[in-house]
Design a protein around this ligand. Structure first.
Ligand SMILES: Cc1ncccc1N[C@H]1CCCS(=O)(=O)C1
Length: 105
C-alpha cells in the first residue's frame, strides 16, 4: 500500500541524507569560506535546514518541501561546474531524488 502522503518527506529526506553523494549538501555552505557564494546564490538551502523544517512541521504541504529540495540542487548547478566533484554529486543526487519520488508517488 502506498505510504500516507505525509510520510513522503521524512522517508525521502532520510534516504537523501544517507546517500553517498549528499556530502556537499548536509550542512549550509560556509559563505565565508566559499568566495562569491553569498553574491551568486541568493537563497542558500541545505539538507540540515530542510530536516529542521520537517521536524518542526514548517512545511504546509509536500510541494513546499519539494521546492526546498529543488533549491539545494538548483543552487548547486548554478554555482558548480557539471564536471566538478560537487557538480557531479548534485546531478547524481538529483537523479536519485527523481527516481525515488516517482516510486513513492
Ligand atoms: C553545495 C556547495 N556548493 C558550492 C560550494 C560548496 C558546496 N558545498 C560544501 C559544503 C561543505 C563541505 S565542502 O566545503 O566540501 C562543500
Amino acid at each position: 500500500p502506498p505510504l500516507r502522503v505525509s510520510l513522503f518527506p521524512r522517508v525521502l529526506l532520510g534516504e537523501l541524507e544517507a546517500h553517498q553523494d549528499a556530502w556537499p549538501f548536509l550542512l549550509p555552505v560556509d559563505q565565508r569560506s566559499v568566495p562569491g557564494y553569498r553574491k551568486v546564490i541568493r537563497r542558500p538551502m541545505d539538507l540540515s535546514t530542510i530536516r529542521g523544517r520537517v521536524s518542526s512541521n514548517q512545511y504546509p504541504d509536500t510541494e513546499a518541501f519539494l521546492s526546498d529540495l529543488a533549491l539545494v540542487l538548483d543552487n548547486c548547478e548554478r554555482f558548480n561546474e557539471d564536471r566538478s566533484e560537487i557538480g557531479r554529486a548534485g546531478l547524481r543526487l538529483r537523479s536519485f531524488l527523481e527516481r525515488r519520488w516517482a516510486q513513492l508517488l
